[in-house]
Design a protein around this ligand. Structure first.
Ligand code: AMP
Length: 401
């Protein structure tokens, strides 16, 4: 059964077509960009490694989706003969607010709830809705499923999701911690438990999704009970260009000194800070590691800060769960940076982590254990695959419920 996975942004559509047999297979993937501008483009790659690129006007998401479907059914670079072969469409949805605790079949009620969450994710949710409507136009009979970044974290208790602000503001505006990257945290924790032969619902797990955006989650007995991102994806650990945790007083001070508007400040905390801000050079971990190796003190400071902030979250989540059985590293940095994994996970013997640097060194993009056999706490690297989770949920929700 073929499932189309869509991640629609305001001017882009990322897609994958997966064949969901007993071993799911990626058949094609690609990206439509510059929707709404004079010239848009599509870049497509199929499972025979053929690449196809085209430039054409893409005035809206419906035209963009049509372009994707043409690429998928093309005689040369396509992977299916007809659109009837697409049995379901899964949409990544950034924000489900307090409405959604799991993935759901899209209907009018779901659409209106996603609309109600647009305030909480103004850049993302409206674009996802455009994608859903475009599919309804072009493939009206095909079931569509919404998979939310936030839903896995809806099990957090109020003590971890509430902010210390007047309660009435929570009631009025739903200002609280939601968390993001939920599909990734759930996927890597379950996969690590599968590999270890453990029951996911009986363990204390800390998942570290360290990519350009980054978040850490505490999972107790299968439920997210705390996560580092909050009302927005700015809270938590330091990221490529986002601050992570920052004294609010410092932000107000910067805004006053630099005469920043609210929109300037929003762009500042999202795009100018994090590792890019401290290094004043790059948001990319590879560049920073290279610079640090060459002796750059600023790059070394940036790496030290990054590791320190992740370590603090791991310690605090072990504290709130009364111990930890498994730590999972994922995302571009967690999967590939042996240097950063070592900086974070060394000297954690107080917690029962015996880090195995021999196994860690040069390990990239593999599912593997990087703790010593006698380590009380297991540490693993797991390759995340958010599109696969979306496709699996689409099959489950649309056909197996
Ligand atoms: P993501 O957002 O998950 O794609 O992750 C992007 C981040 O992963 C960037 O900071 C990259 O520098 C980092 N990354 C990817 N490959 C490596 C690598 N081999 N070593 C260190 N960092 C890497």
């Amino acid at each position: 059964m073929n499932v189309l996975v869509l991640n629609c942004g305001s001017s882009s559509i990322k897609y994958q077509l997966l064949e969901m047999g007993s071993e799911p297979e990626l058949k094609a993937k690609g990206l439509v960009e510059r929707i709404g501008l004079k010239i848009g483009c599509l870049a497509h790659k199929n499972d025979r490694n053929q690449k196809y690129e085209t430039e054409t006007e893409v005035p809206n998401h419906t035209v963009g989706i049509k372009l994707v479907l043409e690429a998928l059914t093309d005689k040369d670079h396509g992977v299916i003969e007809s659109l009837n072969e697409i049995k379901g469409v899964g949409h990544r949805v950034a924000h489900g607010g307090e409405y959604f605790t799991k993935s759901v079949l899209i209907n009018d009620d779901v659409i209106s709830k996603i609309e109600n969450c647009c305030d909480l994710a103004p850049l993302h949710n409206p674009a996802h809705l455009l994608g859903m409507r475009a599919i309804t136009d072009v493939l009206p009979e095909v079931p569509q499923v919404a998979v939310f970044d936030t839903s896995f974290h809806q099990t957090m208790p109020a003590s971890s999701y509430m902010y210390p602000i007047p309660y009435s503001l929570y009631e009025q505006y739903k200002i609280r911690r939601y968390g993001f990257h939920g599909t990734s945290h759930r996927f890597v924790a379950e996969k690590a438990c599968d590999i270890l032969g453990w029951n996911f619902e009986e363990k204390n797990i800390i998942t570290c999704h360290l990519g350009n955006g980054a978040s850490i989650t505490a999972i107790k007995n299968g439920n997210s009970i705390d996560t580092s991102m909050g009302f927005t994806p700015v809270e938590g650990v330091m990221m490529g260009t986002r601050t992570g945790d920052l004294d609010l007083g410092a932000l107000l001070f910067i805004m006053e000194k630099e005469k920043m508007s609210i929109s300037d400040a929003n762009s500042f905390i999202n795009k100018k800070c994090g590792t890019a801000g401290v290094s004043e050079n790059s948001s990319d971990m590879r560049d920073l590691q290279e610079d640090a190796e060459k002796g750059s003190e600023r790059a070394k400071l940036t790496l030290d800060m990054y590791a320190h902030r992740v370590k603090k979250y791991i310690g605090s989540y072990a504290a709130v769960m009364n111990g930890v059985d498994l730590i999972v590293m994922t995302g571009g940095i967690g999967e590939n940076s042996d240097v950063m994994r070592k900086m974070i996970l060394s000297d954690m013997n107080y917690l029962g982590v015996e880090f195995d640097d021999a196994k860690n060194t040069d390990l990239r993009g593999e599912d593997a254990t990087i703790s010593k056999p006698n380590s009380k706490v297991k540490v693993m690297t797991i390759t995340t695959d958010e599109e696969l989770v979306i496709a699996m949920d689409t099959v489950k929700v649309a056909f197996r419920n």
